[in-house]
Each structure stands twice: as structure tokens, then as C-alpha cells.
Design a protein around this ligand. Structure first.
Ligand code: ZN
Length: 409
């Protein structure tokens, strides 16, 4: 009898021990040892390639100089006294959301000074906040750096790597090149000056003759930050290594530009597909001129490098770049023409960046429009631009055509 009781006690003790171990394992040990797959964060990729819509348009929203600091605790600069008390970085966020809503762009391009390093306590936090509206929208977005982005807790390479890993970002730290001529595999070209030099292709409209090739090429360049030349402080400039890469990319696209199908209702002349370029710091020719046909406000002295590295000459020799979009001088928002190529400022977008009180923050929109053949969409026929103000009703103004294929014939 006694031994039976002991046996029952032993059994109960055994069951109790197993149950205790199980509870411990479930509540404490397993949770620490096992990977929780729900918490793994993978980058959300946009649907690529970028391509024209079936209505024949491709729209880009250019956002220049957001100068984001720490969000709601970072105050606005150069706003009216009546606006000042309620104005923070969140006004910049709100403006971006409204621009995305009204324009529904196919790509958002941030042309530098995205964060204002000296006001951003933690660069990563500011990057998450500044690009949040783009990420929430799920629209592909691309960024280059300005001269202020690296003044916080990340250097330029870290910033670009971080930006390129963010959701829906199509930004790249380095351009990529084929491993060898017949390989599809790509590798980063790290032997090039700067961080954030890359190109993006925009393919033809779905179902069109050009749906499987790039018909609008977008070039992104790192124009650097500051430099000292002969003991004098100046802005940095686009280097020969970047220009030489650019010439190579442009040449590769030019190899694909002929319309092979002569039965289509298009010019029998081969037409080079146009390209657009984006970077932050203006080139010296914008200051020295003569820059012609100005549309918009030319309010401030063009702050560029004292070095002319031949960016304009390179674009002219390439032949495909029809318009260039820059930032940096917040109170200039004009487009002007230099030897057949348009240079357009975005105009200051961010409320923590300098501006002029009473002169609303603004953004630029760029739209590629396809030409129409007898039945189907063809290559790009027109490049148009306009701006909008953050004035409560997002006034649209200064609309102009930058390039029209018909004016070439
Ligand atoms: Zn700026």
C-alpha cells in the first residue's frame, strides 16, 4: 500500500516537473531562442520597371530641400509671424502628403538637403520621418544627397545605403554594371566619386511597341557638399569619374534608340530617347549664363562651385539630356535654357529650410507624354513641367513644355 502511494507521489512529482519545465519553456526560453519571423523586416519593393501608364503619361514629383530636422519639435524658418507658432517640420510632411494626393506621381524624386544635418539629432530617425509620406504612398521614390544631409550622425555613404534600403526606394549608392558583356548579373561600380550616382529606366506603355525597352532615362548624380580649392571654401562639383560613367550609360541607351518597325506612323529618322538628370548643386553656367527663356523666379545668387568640371559640355555631347532638375537655392524656382538644355530649380519645399516669409513653399512636377502612332503609343513626344504652391489650394503655375519631339523635325 505504502509503495503504491509512493509510486503515485513520484508520478505526480514527475508530471509537475514536466509541466513546470513546459511552462518555463513556452513563456521564457523559447521566446528568446526562437526567431520570431513576424518581426523580421524585409524591404518592400516597388513594382519595377518604372513604366509609362496606359494613358501615355509618366509623372515625376520633384521635392527639393526638405531640410528636415527632428519633426514636430523643429520650428519653421522664414514664415509669417502669424504662421510661426504652429509651424514645424510636420508642415513639410503635410505638404508632401498633399502633393502626392493631388498629383498621384509615378515617381517621387528628392533632390537633396532632405534632412538638415545640424538640426537632426539622429539621421536615421529623420530619414524615416522625412520619407514617410512617400513610403506610405507605396510610390517608387529616388533620392540624391545635398550638401547638408551628412551633417548629422551618418556620412554620405551610410546615408545613401540607408536610403536605398528603405521601403519603395529605388535609390542606389553606386551605379551597377554588368559583370561581363554577356552576363545579366550586375555588380556595383564603387570606383566612382560620390554616393548616389545611378540611373533608372522608364519603359514604354503596357502593350505598346516600346513596352519592353527604356524610352526615358533618368540620371541621378551626387554633386557633393563642400570643398576647399586653393585655400578657399566652395561647393563641391561633379567629377570626371561620374561624367565618364554617364557618357557610358548614355551611349548604351543610344544603341537601342532606333524604331525598327518602319510600318509604324513615326518619323523615318531615328529618334534618340530623351533623358532627364537630377542633382543638388547648380552648375557654374547657370550663374555665368547666358541662361535664356527664364520661366519662374530668379531671386537669389546661384550658389555653385568655383570649379567647372564640364557637366554642361558632357550633357551637350551626350545629346539625350533635355532637362536637368536641381535644388540648393531655395528661393530660385525658375527653368532657364543653356545651349538647348533646360535647367530647372525645384524651389524650396521644406519649412525648416531658409525661404522668404509670405512666399509659399513649392514643388515641381515633371511629366513625360508619349507620342501617338496610328494606333499605339510610341516614344516620348513631350516633356512638360509645372509647379504647385503650399498656399492652401495648391495653386498650379508656370506650366511650360520643355521638350517637344515635333520641334525637332
Ligand atoms: Zn538646401
Amino acid at each position: 500500500m505504502e509503495s503504491a502511494r509512493q509510486w503515485i507521489y513520484s508520478l505526480l512529482f514527475f508530471i509537475f516537473t514536466i509541466a513546470t519545465l513546459h511552462v518555463l519553456d513556452t513563456l521564457i526560453i523559447s521566446t528568446r531562442l526562437t526567431t520570431n519571423y513576424q518581426n523580421i523586416k524585409l524591404k518592400k519593393h516597388p513594382h519595377l520597371p518604372l513604366r509609362f501608364r496606359s494613358d501615355g503619361t509618366f509623372k515625376i514629383l520633384q521635392v527639393a530641400d526638405m531640410h528636415y530636422g527632428n519633426g514636430m519639435v523643429t520650428r519653421c524658418r522664414d514664415v509669417l509671424e502669424s504662421e510661426f507658432n504652429y509651424c514645424t517640420d510636420l508642415n513639410t510632411t503635410h505638404f508632401l502628403r498633399k502633393m502626392i494626393q493631388i498629383e498621384k506621381p509615378d515617381l517621387i524624386v528628392f533632390t537633396g538637403d532632405n534632412i538638415f544635418g545640424t538640426s537632426a539629432t539622429d539621421a536615421a530617425e529623420s530619414l524615416f520621418e522625412v520619407f514617410a509620406p512617400a513610403i506610405e504612398s507605396g510610390i517608387p521614390w529616388a533620392a540624391v544627397l545635398g550638401n547638408h544631409d551628412q551633417e548629422s550622425t551618418m556620412n554620405r555613404e551610410e546615408l545613401m545605403s540607408f536610403i536605398s534600403l528603405m521601403d519603395y526606394s529605388v535609390s542606389q549608392t553606386f551605379p551597377s554594371t554588368k559583370v561581363n558583356s554577356d552576363s545579366k548579373e550586375q555588380q556595383p561600380m564603387t570606383n566612382i566619386d560620390g554616393f548616389g550616382n545611378y540611373n533608372l529606366e522608364v519603359w514604354g506603355a503596357p502593350g505598346s511597341y516600346l513596352s519592353n525597352s527604356s524610352i526615358l532615362n533618368l540620371y541621378f548624380l551626387d554633386s557633393g557638399d563642400r570643398a576647399i580649392v586653393h585655400g578657399v571654401r566652395t561647393y563641391n562639383w561633379i567629377r570626371e569619374s561620374q561624367l565618364s560613367w554617364l557618357r557610358g550609360v548614355s551611349k548604351r541607351f543610344q544603341g537601342q534608340w532606333k524604331y525598327d518597325d518602319q510600318s509604324m506612323d513615326i518619323s523615318p529618322l531615328p529618334v534618340m530617347h530623351p533623358a532627364l538628370a537630377f542633382f543638388h548643386i547648380p552648375i557654374p553656367e547657370i550663374r555665368q549664363g547666358p541662361i535664356k527663356d527664364i520661366v519662374g523666379t530668379y531671386r537669389e545668387y546661384v550658389a555653385c562651385s568655383s570649379i567647372n568640371s564640364g557637366v554642361l559640355k558632357t550633357f551637350i555631347s551626350m545629346g539625350d539630356v533635355k532637362a536637368v532638375f536641381i535644388g540648393h537655392d531655395h528661393t530660385n524656382d525658375f527653368c532657364g535654357n543653356l545651349e538647348g538644355i533646360w535647367f530647372c530649380y525645384g524651389g524650396g519645399f521644406g519649412y525648416h529650410g531658409y525661404g522668404v516669409a509670405g512666399w509659399p513653399r513649392r514643388a515641381r512636377v515633371i511629366q513625360g507624354e508619349l507620342g501617338k502612332g496610328k494606333e499605339a503609343w510610341m516614344g516620348v513626344g513631350k516633356i512638360r513641367t509645372w509647379k504647385r504652391l503650399d498656399d492652401g489650394v495648391l495653386t498650379k503655375f508656370d506650366e511650360q513644355v520643355l521638350w517637344d519631339i515635333h520641334s525637332l523635325r
